[in-house]
Design a protein around this ligand. Structure first.
Ligand SMILES: Cc1ncc(COP(=O)(O)O)c(C=O)c1O
Length: 384
């Protein structure tokens, strides 16, 4: 049996006519940049996220960058985030010339360890970027409390967490900004790159609209420097066509996660399962933790099961961030997670049979490992 990590073809088969109609409409209109399709998508995502405003942008990476630019964050400023994230989070901070200050993760949720936040604040701190990793929101009450005390901007990196909830509040609706990614592997993926920023602040929304179009307002008059961060109409139309399916896809992911949990519990394996600590985990990823991660990954690959390591090298150990002065041991929880975590297939189209096949193979892996370790012990004992 083959169990791919993601099966976008299977998903496409269920929505082909809707997506084709959306694409055809844009082609007929020949309106490709911003325009009515982007506005429709913005309204729909704002509503979905319980936010007053949404601004379509070219990617989740550019969403983060545009928010930092909108706050005039740059050289001499510090921004706090987690080292256990996709590159874009720390990359955006570096691109505006600010200094990234990392805070280690909570080993249970893999999100920012909020108990360490306060100790990292300096007079130069301007913002905090909590990342809602794997589809579960960070402890936002604590983030907001620290931010309010020190007058900091909160930019939620919700690239993996559209529709996730924390104490009844949607991802993106708690901070000053929320950033989404429509990268195809996300729960709501486009057919290419795309992203969205949500905010409840009208002034910030206006500024972001200006920044995404080279800072021009009106056209050809530039008060501020922006970039080409526009969402294109084709991607917006596709995202809008897919949005009505998002909740049922999320339910299917949650159902798959529950089945994994039950089967792993029954099997009694040395596998740490994802902890659900918030109201609505949308399971962009289902990530287990095992000490023999690399061997397990190779074993599953041979059995036709796709897995992925998110992420093998935490940001503080990336070559490009060497000048920040961190080294191995700086963030032990992030480093430990980078060595031991493994994402299993969790996509909505996964069948019960496929989930059972994955768990059965993890069980086989541990059985084979135990047998070979037992044999090795016998050989050592015989040699003594
Ligand atoms: C946590 C996180 N932040 C930011 C991004 C960047 O999004 P994009 O790929 O749309 O630029 C991603 C997506 O991969 C992500 O997972």
């Amino acid at each position: 049996m083959q169990v791919p990590l993601l099966d976008l073809k299977a998903q496409y088969a269920t929505i082909k006519s809707e997506v084709s109609a959306a694409i055809a409409e844009v082609m007929e209109s020949q309106h490709f940049i911003l325009g009515p399709k982007v506005e429709q998508c913005e309204k729909a995502i704002a509503r979905y996220s319980n936010c007053a405003h949404a601004i379509g942008v070219s990617s989740g990476s550019d969403a983060l960058l545009a928010c930092l630019m909108a706050e005039n964050i740059g050289e001499g400023d510090e921004v706090i985030t987690t080292p256990y994230t996709f590159f874009a989070t720390a990359g955006a901070i570096a691109r505006v010339g600010a200094k990234t200050v990392f805070v280690d993760i909570d080993p249970v949720t893999y999100n920012l360890d909020v108990t360490q936040l306060a100790s990292k604040i300096t007079p130069r701190t301007r913002a905090i970027i909590p990342v809602h990793l794997y589809g579960q929101m960070a402890d936002m009450d604590a983030v907001v409390a620290v931010a309010e005390k020190h007058n900091l901007v909160v930019i939620e990196d919700a690239a993996q967490a559209i529709g996730a909830e924390y104490k009844g509040k949607r991802a993106g609706s708690i901070g000053h900004y929320g950033c989404f990614s429509f990268f195809p592997s996300k729960n709501l993926g486009a057919a290419g790159d795309g992203g969205m920023i949500v905010t409840n602040d009208a002034q910030r929304a206006d500024k972001l609209r200006c920044i995404r179009a080279h800072g021009s307002k009106p056209k050809y008059y530039h008060k501020i420097i922006g970039g080409n961060f526009r969402l294109d109409a084709l991607q917006a139309a596709i995202v809008s066509a897919k949005l009505p399916h998002l909740d049922s896809w999320t339910s299917a992911r949650q159902r798959n996660a529950r089945l994994y949990d039950e089967l792993f519990d029954e099997a009694g394996l040395p596998v740490l399962l994802p902890a659900v600590t918030t109201d609505r985990h949308i399971f962009n990823q289902y990530v287990i933790r095992v000490t023999s991660r690399n061997e397990l990954e190779a074993f599953l690959q041979k059995k036709g099961i796709g897995t992925e390591v998110y992420y093998p090298v935490p940001m503080h150990l990336q070559e490009c961030f060497g000048d920040l002065g961190y080294s191995t041991g700086s963030f032990p929880e992030s480093e430990g997670a980078a060595k031991e975590t493994l994402a299993l297939p969790i996509h909505p189209e996964l069948t019960e049979e496929q989930v059972r096949y994955v768990v059965e193979n993890v069980r086989e892996f541990f059985a084979a490992k135990e047998a070979s370790e037992g044999q090795a012990q016998m050989v050592t004992a015989a040699g003594k």
